[in-house]
Design a protein around this ligand. Structure first.
Ligand code: PFF
Length: 440
């Protein structure tokens, strides 16, 4: 059977942007930025995204589009058998991420419901924090939503990514973008909002430390879907006339824009209503309802916001599941339907542990972190950066001739080609390695 292909170049960009833009940009970015004090973190994040992020995005997409294979096969084809190990690790990483990602995806569905019944329409920080922490610590309720989210993700994978999600996400992502603009409009005109905006934008360099750089790099990998082979898989469906650097540039720019706008949306509320900026994973879920409570039609906007957040999460979770499922299809000739069902169940089960670790199992800690945080930390801050080093080395050293031919073909001689080459060869691996070292 011929390998699947995106319907158009734009379709490719939107699908890849759909993978990148998700809970990372809208849920993780604001709270991690807030925990790290705002502006300085934002600057480091931007710096990393527009150096490391863009080069690795180009590298991953190229590996996919040159080999037309999913990660394990792609690494094997370009690097040999030992390299396929990197692909296996990427698949494992997708598995780990989706298991806790689906828990948070479930929260978005729960918050659609809570917006419909109006329970969260208040500006009282105590009430909102209370609702959130009671909900996520409940041993049963979040699991239903987790199951539902995993089920919908599996359903999309079974129905086929291209026709379903590619079409749907196109329109809903535009809606998400417009809604964020409306919400920013409300948030920044609240009295006292300026303090939030300033904290978000004003870099205080005295706050910069090694921890912060580690966090920024992990966040960059996570929110750009890099380092685990997702962009290899998506790149492998790109047609030969796709000029990968353009697509990569668009995806990075769009995703960064959404991160930035999410910050502008969440930060003002933190200061206006007196939320704790270091509230952590609940930040978006507890500050946004306060903004809705101050708007005409707040209930409507609440439902719409959490619905669009759900869609953003879904287009990402689908890409995570596709990496896992396509691995079994490509490597072991498994059939799509049973593979999807079995993998979803396994990831659901692991996710149960992640969800319970926020409540009844919160006392079980490893290295001071609960299981949910461990999954997140190991995948974003260890495995993905590791994958980043490997793809940089592979493309920069082993496959540069092959890959650069692709970049310089059709009469194009991009001026930045040598820059990319040396960045991938030397700077990126060293940069990531140094940060990883700090980690350990
Ligand atoms: N980039 C997604 C987000 O920010 O929500 C998460 C993600 C998707 C990470 C796909 C990795 C990946 F391969």
């Amino acid at each position: 059977m011929a390998r699947a292909e995106w319907g158009s170049r734009l379709g490719f960009v939107l699908a890849a942007a759909g993978s990148a833009i998700g809970l990372g940009a809208i849920w993780k970015f604001p709270y991690i930025t807030a925990q790290n004090g705002g502006g300085a973190f934002l600057l480091i994040f931007l710096l990393l995204v527009f150096t490391l992020g863009i080069s690795l995005m180009i590298a991953e997409m190229l590996v996919g589009s040159v080999t037309k294979k999913s990660p394990v096969g792609a690494y094997r084809k370009l690097g040999g058998r030992t390299w396929s190990l990197v692909g296996y690790i990427g698949v494992l990483c997708g598995f780990l991420i989706l298991s806790f990602y689906s828990v948070v995806g479930g929260w978005t569905i729960a918050y659609i419901v809570k917006s419909v019944d109006g329970a969260i329409l208040t500006a009282d920080p105590k009430v909102l924090s209370g609702i959130f922490s009671t909900f996520i610590a409940d041993p049963v309720e979040p699991l239903w939503y987790h199951a539902l989210f995993m089920g919908v993700t599996a359903g999309v994978i079974l129905a086929g990514v291209q026709k379903g999600i590619e079409q749907v996400s196109k329109y809903l992502m535009i809606m998400l973008f417009l809604l964020i603009l409306v919400l920013i409009g409300r948030a920044i005109t609240l009295p006292g909002a300026i303090d939030g905006v300033l904290t978000f934008l004003n870099p205080d360099f005295s706050k910069v430390n090694a921890r912060m750089v580690i966090e920024a790099m992990g966040l960059a990998f996570f929110s750009m879907s890099l380092g685990m082979g997702c962009m290899i898989t998506y790149g492998s469906y790109a047609s030969d006339d796709t000029y990968v650097p353009h697509s990569a540039g668009s995806v990075i720019t769009l995703t960064t824009l959404i991160c930035f706008l999410s910050g502008l949306m969440v930060f003002p509320a933190v200061f206006v209503f007196g939320f704790d900026p270091s509230a952590g994973p609940g930040l978006t879920f507890i500050t946004m309802p306060a903004v809705f409570s101050q708007m005409g039609g707040g209930q409507f906007f609440g439902v719409l916001f959490f619905f669009l957040l759900f869609v953003a999460a879904l287009t990402s979770s689908v890409s995570l599941m596709e990496v896992v499922v396509s691995f079994f299809i490509d490597e072991f000739n498994c059939r799509r339907t049973p593979t999807t069902i079995v993998m979803s169940i396994l990831m659901f089960v692991l996710g149960i542990a992640a969800s319970l670790s926020l409540g009844v199992w919160n006392d079980y800690k490893f290295f001071g972190k609960n299981f949910f945080d461990i999954l997140d930390y190991v995948s974003s801050n260890l495995i993905m950066p590791f994958g980043g080093i490997m793809v940089a080395v592979l493309v920069g050293w082993k496959s540069w001739t092959l890959v650069s031919e692709r970049l310089a073909s059709k009469g194009k001689h991009p001026w930045w080609l040598p820059l990319l080459k040396w960045f991938l060869r030397i700077i990126a691996p060293i940069m990531i390695f140094v940060v990883l070292l700090q980690n350990l």
